[in-house]
Design a protein around this ligand. Structure first.
Ligand code: NAG
Length: 274
């Protein structure tokens, strides 16, 4: 697969008018690590946020250090998991920040104060994981919202066609009464997310009750999901500039998040020393 990647990167290089010699790249049988991807400019981010009112991007100064370690191909599994968990925690807390609060008067050890708490009890919240990678969120999700129910939807990419294929779902019966936090680490084409949202819709879940969390997304996926489900909220840590279409990988991306988080990385995809 990474053999192919070097060819795609080569084409991108030409489109972008970089000075790399194509022939040089095609003879390179390892995946190409010479391409430098620039993140979106402030203007591009501003336009994206203007276009999608329900898109929320975490503050860069809160995420850049963590994401830099997650993306790094040389990060070992402990570093990868630790930093993924940190970022997932921030995303989850951010999701709770978007849920309506109810007020009450409570007592501190010193006196009374106005309390504002998430209007749902834990039991009224359902974390819906798009398998397999979505399960990486569960570790932190069950620390933050210990009583939440967990729904799972198995959608896998067909390796031949790259199209998402639905296998099964297991969701709480009363899911249409719950606040949904849908989780998937990467939003690429938006194919899986769109399929998962369709299933939630079939269960009677309202778009307004869905917050979709991901670590890295791209404009194409955001456009697709918001076109079909304009009322959901999406919270993402960063928007990547490129979706390498032929293999559906974001760039610079993270690689295969599930493989890295669950420790099923194939040796040949690791970094080579330059
Ligand atoms: C982080 O970024 C936000 C938004 O750009 C800014 O308001 C805030 O002051 C920054 N925080 C620090 C500690 O620099």
């Amino acid at each position: 697969m990474f053999k192919n990647l070097s060819k795609f990167v080569c084409c991108l290089g030409l489109v972008n008018g970089t000075q790399m010699a194509c022939s040089q790249l095609q003879n390179d049988h390892s995946y190409n690590r010479m391409q430098h991807y620039n993140f979106l400019s402030q203007d591009q981010l501003h336009n994206l946020l203007n276009k999608h009112k329900n898109l929320f991007i975490l503050r860069e100064n809160q995420t850049q250090h963590i994401l830099s370690m997650i993306r790094d191909v040389n990060s070992d599994i402990v570093t990868f998991r630790q930093n993924s968990d940190r970022l997932i925690r921030i995303l989850l807390e951010q999701a709770l920040a978007h849920i309506e609060k109810k007020n009450s008067i409570k007592q501190s050890p010193l006196g009374f104060y106005d309390a504002n708490q998430v209007k749902f009890s834990d039991q009224e919240i359902c974390i819906v994981s798009i398998l397999r990678s979505g399960n990486a969120f569960l570790n932190e999700a069950l620390k933050v919202i210990q009583g939440a129910s967990i729904g799972q939807i198995l959608i896998q990419r067909n390796e031949e066609t790259s199209m998402p294929k639905y296998f099964f779902e297991k969701l709480p019966e009363n899911i249409n009464e719950q606040q949904i936090i849908l989780v998937d680490p990467m939003l690429g084409t938006g194919g899986s997310a769109s399929m998962a949202l369709k299933i939630l819709q079939n269960y009677g879940v309202k778009q307004e009750n869905i917050i979709f969390l991901n670590l890295v997304s791209c404009e194409q996926g955001l456009n697709k999901v918001f076109k079909e489900y304009p009322k959901i909220k999406i919270i993402t840590a960063q928007v990547d500039p490129i979706l390498i279409k032929e293999i559906n990988y974001l760039a610079p991306g993270i690689g295969d998040f599930g493989d890295r988080y669950f420790g099923t990385v194939k040796k040949h995809t690791r970094a080579e020393q330059v």
